[in-house]
Structures are given as structure tokens and as C-alpha cells.
Design a protein around this ligand. Structure first.
Ligand SMILES: [Zn+2]
Length: 376
């Protein structure tokens, strides 16, 4: 909890390079204080630096993914300071995912100190900590994918799902589309017939797009931002719409993409321009993730605990790596309110979650654990 407090007290919004650089340095020191490991700070120009932590040696490689950036702007800590009340740890980014990082550090510490003692951990562990996950991992993605391609299993430290503290075995892919309608300006009284109303055109498109929502298939299309017009008495020549699209599997993602690209104007004399696409691919539930979930359930049963896995609508780095390595997400802290000022972590679960991660890493890292070989 002292480590979590130190991490929370250094605020790290994704867009603050200096703050995230300081966090990469701080975590590097913390890693060396706790672990016998090699660390590299990976410098980036437009985002905060990233940190790669490596330990052990052997034929297999286990990847752990975390991010230390948060969605909370600087100043959030002053309004919602780090505190512990009734077994809950509060503070900006404590759940997503500074507590998860601390859990993983102590999981690796347990493996190194308690499981193997003076021996070297008999597999490679790569713990990647990035500074730009909350803005879609633009600068860390190549690094994540490179390590994913060389790993046998991957565990992601995003928060557990909901009150039942479920693991995350599937995630929707996420798309952003910017739809612009081009019309023709005119005076609303003098020559309205010469005008082509771009806002009216966007309104048609909004209704058509909202109709693509499909509860059964888990497809969501949300027209979330609209902007248009210059004055009440001017026929607007431009209107812009930003759409969030989500799909649980690649087929549904392709379908949404095709529908968006095929949009055609409903109003004569207007033109549509569509930009964007999927920034995170879907992470469908696969046999690989189910095998990792079964292993986690097996391990939890030994301490008389149940654990489930669920598919969720939000995306994470797991979306990007899951196509390259068997991946299980939701191994971070247990709590609620992620991305809100009231987010908290349940202190009671910290040790158990760290132990679960340690046991999973160890089972998947040992060469005799052949059942979870990458299925090519
Ligand atoms: Zn997160």
C-alpha cells in the first residue's frame, strides 16, 4: 500500500510527457529496489517514456502489460487525495492501474524471493509499462507487438471486472469515425432554396447509424459528438459528426467499417466525407484465453475461491496483443469507479490478486506446461 501511495501521488495524465517521464524513472528505481532485474527506459518524443523490466532466463517468455498513465488531469490529486477508508484505497488512477502495477511487482518479488530463492527464474519475464495506453497506445504499440510475438502467454493488469472481480477474456474492438457533410450556404430568408443544409444531412445519417446498433451481436454505434452551423439564419454548409463504433469480433468490425464507408447522402446536392476506422481490433474469446481462464480457476480453487471470465465492451492493450499471444486481461486490482474521481481499490484483494498473477506466470513459464503452447 505504501508503494501504491507513492505511485498515486505522482500524477500522470497521458498528455503530460514530463510527468510520465518522471514516473518511468521512479518505477525504474522501485523495480531495482524490489527485484533483481534488468530495466530499460524507452524514450519517446511525443509521449512519456516507457519502461521495460526483464528477469529470468529460459526457453519460454511471459509478457506482463501495464500502463502508468491515467485519464486524470493534474490537480485531481488535490481534490481527491490518496487515502485509505474502510479498506478502500482512493486516489486518481489507483484502480486503473497503479495498484495493478504494484501487485505485479510483488508477484514478481514473490517468484524471485520465495519460489526460486537463489536460483534464476527458469523462464523470461518481460514486464512492459507504457505511458500512453489511455490515448490508444500510439507510441508503445510497436514495442508491445514485438514482445507479444516472442511470448508464450500474456497477462494484462487492467482492473478486474465488476463486483465479482472477473477476469476479462474478451474485449470489443473500438473505432472512431468522423463524418462530415458538405452542403451549400444561403440566407435563411432571401435565397433559402439555393442552400443545401448540411445539418439536416447529418441528422439523416445519425438516424441511419443509430439503427446499426445490434444488442444480440454486441455491435454498438454511438453518435457522440455533433458540430455544425454558423448562425440561426444561415443554411449551414458544413456539419461534423463523430461516431464511436464497437464490435466483438473481426467480422462485425468489417461490417461496421463497410457500412460507414458506404454512407451516401440523403439530401440532394450534399456530399459526405468519412474518415477513421478501428484503432483497437476486437479481442474475441478464443480457446487460448479460455485455457488461461481454466488455469486461473484451477489455481483459485486451491484457496477455495471462484473466479469467472467475462467479455467487456472497453478496449485495452490486450486487444492489440491477443492476436499474437494467448492473453488474459483483468489481472489488476479489484475495485470500482475507474476513470472517475471516486475510483477505489479494495485492499483485501491485493495479496490474493498478486498471488494469482505469480502462480499464473509460473505455470505458464515452466517448460513442462505444454498445454498452453501458442497455437499457430
Ligand atoms: Zn487501464
Amino acid at each position: 500500500m505504501a508503494l501504491i501511495e507513492r505511485l498515486v501521488r505522482l500524477e500522470t495524465p497521458s498528455d503530460d510527457k514530463a510527468a510520465n517521464d518522471r514516473m518511468a524513472d521512479m518505477l525504474q528505481r522501485e523495480m531495482h529496489d524490489l527485484l533483481d532485474c534488468r530495466t530499460d527506459v524507452i524514450e519517446t518524443r511525443d509521449h512519456g517514456n516507457h519502461l521495460a523490466v526483464r528477469m529470468g532466463s529460459g526457453p519460454r517468455q511471459i509478457l506482463i502489460l501495464g500502463h502508468f498513465d491515467t485519464v486524470h488531469p493534474v490537480g485531481s490529486l488535490a481534490r481527491s487525495p490518496f487515502r485509505i477508508e474502510d479498506g478502500r484505497l482512493f486516489g486518481p488512477g489507483v484502480l486503473d492501474m497503479k495498484a495493478g502495477i504494484a501487485q505485479a511487482m510483488f508477484a514478481l518479488h514473490a517468484l524471485q524471493q520465495d519460489r526460486y530463492g537463489r536460483e534464476t527464474v527458469p523462464y523470461r519475464v518481460v514486464f512492459l509499462l507504457s505511458s500512453d495506453e489511455e490515448v490508444g497506445s500510439p507510441s508503445s504499440r510497436p514495442l508491445l507487438l514485438r514482445e507479444a510475438g516472442q511470448s508464450d502467454s500474456c497477462f494484462v493488469l487492467e482492473p478486474a471486472a465488476g463486483a465479482q472481480a472477473a477476469l476479462k477474456t474478451g474485449r470489443k474492438g473500438v473505432a472512431t469515425y468522423r463524418v462530415t457533410a458538405h452542403g451549400k450556404a444561403a440566407h435563411a430568408g432571401l435565397n433559402v432554396a439555393d442552400g443545401r443544409n448540411a445539418i439536416a444531412e447529418i441528422a439523416h445519417q445519425i438516424l441511419a447509424l443509430q439503427a446499426l446498433n445490434d444488442d444480440v451481436r454486441g455491435v454498438t454505434v454511438n453518435c457522440g459528438l455533433v458540430h455544425g452551423g454558423v448562425a440561426k439564419n444561415t443554411v449551414p454548409d458544413t456539419a461534423r459528426l463523430v461516431v464511436d463504433g464497437r464490435a466483438p469480433d473481426p467480422e462485425a468490425a468489417d461490417e461496421i467499417d463497410a457500412r460507414l464507408r458506404a454512407l451516401s447522402p440523403a439530401t440532394a446536392g450534399t456530399r459526405l466525407e468519412v474518415r477513421g476506422g478501428f484503432s483497437r481490433p476486437p479481442m474475441p474469446e478464443t480457446a487460448d484465453t479460455r485455457a488461461l481462464l481454466c488455469l486461473a480457476q484451477d489455481l483459485m480453487r486451491r484457496i477455495d475461491r471462484d473466479i469467472t471470465g467475462i467479455a467487456v465492451g472497453g478496449a485495452s492493450d490486450a486487444n492489440d496483443v491477443a492476436a499474437h499471444v494467448p492473453t488474459l486481461d483483468g489481472l489488476g486490482a479489484v475495485g470500482a469507479g475507474a476513470h472517475t474521481p471516486g475510483e477505489y481499490v479494495l485492499a483485501d484483494h491485493l495479496t490474493e490478486r498478486a498471488a494469482l498473477l505469480a502462480a499464473l506466470v509460473d505455470r505458464c513459464g515452466r517448460p513442462e506446461h505444454a498445454a498452453l503452447r501458442k497455437s499457430e
